[in-house]
Design a protein around this ligand. Structure first.
Ligand code: NAP
Length: 287
């Protein structure tokens, strides 16, 4: 099977590497060609000069870029993915983007006889590097069935959530739940410090009870140590929350607490923490 991967960022670079290591014939494209050359030197696949060239002759094209605008450029441009993808082939988009763009791109692909799945991921840089991402997918069941075993090279769990756009909607829920968990943890740990509790002992204890979470287990101690260099950046989460707010308005869904937390992330950006990871919510309490 011939596959392509477009966008060798923090996430795409290792994801494409897992595909190549699993024995697929991978051709990559990255806007900054140096990264594509580096990838080829590491994994010995091929690289192309345009998305269309990479997608040419492929059965499946994976894509992971920044946001809706980036996605439009790499998918719909004159030298974009759809211009190169053969009829009958599948575009799997791992970008965290809006459900609207997923529906728009799927409709255009369908007119060309191509298929589209929106497939945002969760698990961060470590999940991508270790090949243990979770993938939330929107699209057709038969198309998903073809792609699932290939995605398994970099994902430990994939779920078809429903029609095109459902993957992005599921990712929005993921982000809403996740930031509220981080904020709860930040408030709790700030309280613990003020109360003079031993936070190591505290986390080891309450982490085993009803308040336990992945965030508590993996970020509790680093948050107490003011270490915020663990990948998923404040700039990215605000991009994701903006997508969720837009969708919530259409749905009439209340995101009052999430909006407040978004304001806290804005404060962190204004203090220069754009690239800090999302656990940096605790830094606000140091003022
Ligand atoms: P990143 O490191 O900034 O990489 C973005 C990639 O997209 C780069 O390869 C970049 O090319 C390419 N790109 C951006 N705009 C482009 C354009 N207009 N034309 C062509 N290529 C373009 O981002 P990332 O951390 O891998 O994240 C990618 C996506 O996954 C985002 O939607 C993010 O929200 C989502 N995500 C990230 C994480 C995480 O922990 N990082 C976790 C879950 C989901 P250049 O190299 O030329 O800049």
């Amino acid at each position: 099977m011939k596959v392509a991967f477009i966008g060798l960022g923090v996430m795409g670079y290792p994801m494409a590497g897992h595909l190549q290591k699993a024995g697929y014939d991978v051709c990559v494209y990255n806007r900054t060609t140096e990264k594509a050359k580096k990838w080829q030197a590491e994994f010995s696949g091929a690289f192309a000069q345009t998305p269309a060239e990479a997608a040419n002759d492929c059965d499946i094209v994976f894509c992971c870029v920044g946001n809706d605008d980036d996605l439009k450029q790499v998918v719909l441009g004159e030298q974009g993915i759809l211009a190169g993808m053969p009829s009958g082939s599948i575009l799997v988009d791992h970008t965290t983007a809006s459900a609207e763009i997923a529906v728009e791109l799927a409709a255009i692909a369908e007119k060309n006889g191509q298929y589209f799945l929106d497939a945002p991921v969760s698990g961060g840089q470590a999940g991508a590097e270790n090949g243990i991402l979770t993938v939330m997918v929107g699209g057709d069941e038969a198309v998903f069935a073809k792609v699932e075993p290939v995605m398994a090279t970099f994902a430990r769990f994939s779920q078809l959530m429903g029609p095109v756009g459902s993957g992005q909607l599921a990712k929005m829920v993921n982000q809403i739940c996740f930031v509220n968990t981080v904020q709860g943890l930040a408030e709790g740990l700030n309280f613990a410090k003020k109360a003079g509790l031993d936070t190591d002992k505290l986390l080891d204890t309450i982490g085993k009870g009803a308040a336990g979470s992945w965030q508590m287990d993996n970020r509790g101690k680093t948050m107490c140590a003011n270490e915020f260099d663990f990948g998923f950046a404040v700039d990215w989460v605000r991009k994701d929350l903006a997508i969720a707010f837009n969708e919530a308005e259409k749905l009439g869904a209340d995101l009052t607490a999430t909006k407040q937390i978004d304001g806290y992330y804005q404060e962190i950006q204004e203090a220069g923490g754009n690239r800090w990871d999302t656990s940096s919510l605790i830094s606000r309490f140091k003022k």
